[in-house]
Write a new protein. Structure first.
Length: 260
């Protein structure tokens, strides 16, 4: 068969357009393809909920592939071992109670799990805003990351979701965008975004899980975004709390959506 350049282009455009159209409505939209967002996405999909991920970067994974200071290893504590064991990655008890895993292997395993669960991951797409209907987050406003980076005046498109997860890490971009534009109060003691505190791994790991919640009707937070919203400390290259937070937010959303 003769390969025709125009047919290659048609195949790409047609298939991508089909995927995008199929995912303009979902049960859950995850913003950010870091460790907590990926964990949440495959957990939700395996519970039968239609889930889509939007990642602004070229490559998914958030800060995980960089490990600690570009040493591409991550640490998990004993309470989170089960998640990585379930992914089938290699774990090494490098110090008593400190289990290491190859960051790239973990990311690869998560991406395979996400794909096999039926989740569609769209990279190079940024979330500009949320759909806010009757005081509830009901979807996302999307644009190409390149448009956002260049500051081009290009109108966005929208997608609808029953629940949205902010898994954007330290910046908690979806939450902060909502606060900036809608002037609402969120589910923190002050009703405001508190901002993350300096590194304290032990406390941060516990608070990441504790702070994982519905921060505003229809909008949930996971991973470092949860700690940033509540003023918790950062944790550095230990990722147990991130994985556990992703699992927790998925389980709580699944329960919530069954009620509606």
């Amino acid at each position: 068969m003769e390969l025709k350049d125009i047919e290659i282009s048609r195949a790409i455009i047609e298939r991508y357009t089909d995927k995008l159209l199929e995912n303009l409505e979902a049960d859950v939209a995850v913003v950010g393809a870091g460790p907590s967002g990926l964990t949440a996405a495959y957990t939700l999909a395996e519970k039968g909920l239609k889930t889509v991920i939007f990642e602004r970067a070229l490559k998914p994974g958030g800060g995980m592939p960089g490990g600690g200071m570009m040493f591409s290893e991550i640490v998990v504590q004993d309470t989170a071992r089960c998640i990585l064991e379930d992914l089938g990655v290699g774990l090494y008890e490098q110090r008593p109670g400190y289990f290491t895993a190859d960051a790239i292997e973990v990311l690869g395993a998560q991406l395979v799990r996400v794909a096999r669960a039926g989740v569609k991951l769209f990279n190079l797409i940024s979330v500009e805003d949320v759909l806010l209907y009757q005081d509830r987050v009901s979807g996302l406003v999307l644009n190409w990351t390149a448009v956002q980076m260049q500051g081009l005046h290009v109108d966005p498109l929208t997608m609808k979701a029953r629940s949205v997860i902010d898994a954007t890490g330290h910046a908690a971009e979806v939450v902060n965008g909502l606060l900036r534009k809608a002037k609402v109060k969120i589910n923190t003691p002050s009703g405001k975004f508190e901002g993350e505190r300096p590194m304290w791994a032990d406390r941060a790991e516990a608070e990441t899980l504790k702070n994982t919640c519905e921060i505003y009707p229809g909008l949930w937070i996971t991973g470092m975004a949860a700690n940033a919203c509540f003023g918790g400390p950062r944790m550095g290259p230990i990722f147990g709390g991130m994985f556990l937070s992703g699992k927790k937010v998925a389980e709580e959303i699944a329960k919530d959506l069954k009620k509606s």
